[in-house]
Design a binder for this molecule. Structure first.
Ligand code: NAD
Length: 402
């Protein structure tokens, strides 16, 4: 079995490596030559525990090699980015271009699978594209969609143990795709059609977004009402059928903050809750900016000097270095640009050098600040002693009870 993975990023590269580890002959393809070169040298260009060693093993056993162009295989996997455009419309141009690249290599009996998070109907569109260029393949190849749901940092375990949803453009495609994933997935493989599988991935992340929006909305209500949000949620969750998530300073990352737009763009009239959740989670970051600004102004008026402000955390979630779509980073950027009346210190223990900001070490910032703003619940922050002598703006529950 020879498989060609188009896209060697956070998802494509680990999946290709795990498939090779299970005996598949893998061709890894990326249009970025430096990724291809680095990968062939056994260097991992992404951060993922344990993955570098597996990469070196599959290179040594000749089960994996990276290229900038596809090669003839038995199965093709599209794992390229699906960002959104300026107006929040999904951009499937990478999927289309990767599909066009493999079309000349497809032959009777091959499997073609899209793993990229995609708007509903993308797999059918790519099938149409394939058949328009290669009418000889109509009814002769298998086409399916199989979304990925791994947690970065735990990818080796989750790639093998998570259940997968697999949706073909017809039943034989679903079965053919299942027979491939059975090679390395120990979780259950759930059959459906391609549209349902596409929607399933979007639903999972939209569900998280809506639930976080509920917590974020409550946090703003409680702030106005003088109620401790963390105590409130803890008490409400004592109800056997209530499970409210924790609020934060917004929602970030390249999945939960992006994928719901793939639904709202195509179904604007029907997706009111999903669209509103996106608005609430975006608004929460602006609300945090206003809170910080107001406290800086009050401090300046009261003490007739600039406050020192510690902005704690830049990543989009706790204990990682990923800054993509991070509300903590956008709040900090906003404060740095708009508050000349404060000395801003920026702390991110998971990042050594930031492209734009000079970072301050945790102890210096925390010990010298007049205003401390907790934006991300990193473990280093929750180990700090609470300072009663400064203003603490705790947007992520670092000191839940205070
Ligand atoms: N990262 C995650 O945690 C995660 C989880 C679930 C789903 N996804 C989805 O998986 C898809 C891939 O995400 P990612 O995080 O791996 O992206 P990534 O940006 O890390 O990697 C994508 C790679 O594809 C390459 N590429 C672009 N066009 C190409 C082409 N035509 N041929 C070959 N390579 C090409 C890029 O150079 C890049 O290296 C996206 O749709 C994403 O939404 C990601």
């Amino acid at each position: 079995m020879k498989a060609c993975f188009m896209g060697l990023g956070y998802i494509g590269l680990p999946t290709a490596i795990i498939a090779a580890k299970h005996g598949v002959d893998v061709i890894g393809v990326d249009i970025n030559k430096s990724i291809v070169d680095e990968t062939n040298q056994g260097e991992l260009h992404i951060i993922e525990p344990g993955m570098k060693q597996l990469l070196q093993e599959v290179i040594e056993s000749n089960k994996f090699k990276a290229y900038t162009e596809p090669k003839e295989s038995d199965a093709y996997f599209i794992v390229v980015p699906t960002p959104f455009k300026g107006n929040h419309e999904p951009d499937i141009s990478y999927v289309e271009s990767a599909t066009r690249m493999v079309i000349p290599y497809l032959k009777k009996g091959d499997l073609f699978v899209i793993e990229s998070t995609s708007p509903v109907g993308t797999t059918e569109k790519m099938a149409e594209l394939i058949f328009s260029q290669r009418p000889d393949l109509q009814g002769n190849i298998f086409i399916a969609y199989c979304p990925e749901r791994v947690l970065p940092g735990n990818v080796i375990f989750e790639l093998e143990h998570n259940d997968r949803v697999i949706g073909g453009i017809d039943e034989s495609s679903t079965e053919k795709a299942k027979s491939f994933y059975k090679i390395f997935v120990k979780g259950e493989l759930h059959s459906t059609n391609s549209r349902t599988a596409e929607m399933c991935k979007l639903t999972e992340n939209s569900s998280r977004d809506v639930q976080i929006a509920f917590a974020n909305e409550l946090s703003m209500i409680c702030d106005k009402a003088g109620i401790n949000i963390w105590e409130l949620i803890n008490l409400a969750n004592k109800h056997p059928r209530v499970n409210i998530l924790q609020p934060g300073c917004g929602v970030g990352g390249h999945c939960i903050a992006v994928d719901p737009y793939f639904i709202t763009a195509d179904f604007p009239k029907e997706s009111k809750i999903i669209a509103t959740a996106r608005e609430i989670n975006n608004y929460k970051a602006l609300w945090c900016v206003e809170k910080v600004k107001n406290h800086i102004l009050e401090f300046e008026l009261k003490y007739k000097r600039k406050p020192k402000v510690a902005m704690m955390g830049l990543a989009f979630k706790p204990n990682i270095d990923d800054l993509r779509e991070s509300p903590a980073q956008s709040i900090t950027t906003n404060i740095v640009h708009s508050c000349n009346n404060a000395d801003i210190m920026i702390v991110e223990p998971n990042v050594k050098n930031h492209k734009l900001f000079k970072l301050t070490d945790l102890k210096t910032a925390y010990d010298t600040a007049d205003i401390v703003v907790f934006l991300v619940n990193h473990k280093e922050f929750s180990e700090l002693n609470y300072r009663k002598d400064v203003i603490v703006l705790d947007f992520c529950g670092t000191f839940k009870k205070i």
